[in-house]
Design a protein around this ligand. Structure first.
Ligand code: ZN
Length: 148
């Protein structure tokens, strides 16, 4: 990756950290809480599902810049998608963070700004926390998700 692109990616992450999208409580839907003890990131993901489609999704909480930006990007990414599509995106995102450097990222769109996290294994949990929490909200389990 060239420096210019790296800077651009950095900018997107900082922007989403500063002005997180869909950062609000959503009433009348499912929700789940996620916690990353390694870093102290803690988020609640709210979800409204209609006919297998993610009608609306939001989050609240606090954490490091990576976890917050990733949660913000996650809500933008899955809104309007079907549950299946969202799960497929999560799989691809997870592969980008933990897989070989040439793992396909065709369906990730803006989420590729987080590819640099791969170089920092501790940060992978920050980046994937919101996604694990989303998955838990989809399954509507009433428990705190831990990355441990
Ligand atoms: Zn973190």
């Amino acid at each position: 990756m060239n420096d210019e692109l790296q800077d651009l990616y950095q900018e997107v992450i900082l922007d989403h950290n500063k002005r997180p999208r869909n950062f609000r409580v959503l009433d009348g839907g499912r929700q789940a809480e996620g916690y990353n003890p390694l870093c102290g990131d803690r988020f609640t993901v709210y979800l409204q599902i209609d006919n297998g489609l993610i009608k609306d999704v939001s989050f609240q909480g606090s954490g490091c810049a990576i976890s917050k930006a990733s949660a913000s990007l996650m809500t933008e990414s899955v809104k309007g998608k079907s549950i299946e599509e969202a799960k497929a995106t999560f799989d691809e995102f997870q592969k980008m963070l933990t897989g070989p450097t040439d793992a396909p990222t065709d369906n990730l769109g803006k989420l590729t700004v987080l590819a640099g996290v791969r170089q920092f294994p501790v940060r992978v949990k920050c980046a994937s926390l919101a996604w694990h929490t989303l998955k838990s909200a989809v399954d509507a389990r009433d428990e705190v998700v831990s990355t441990e």
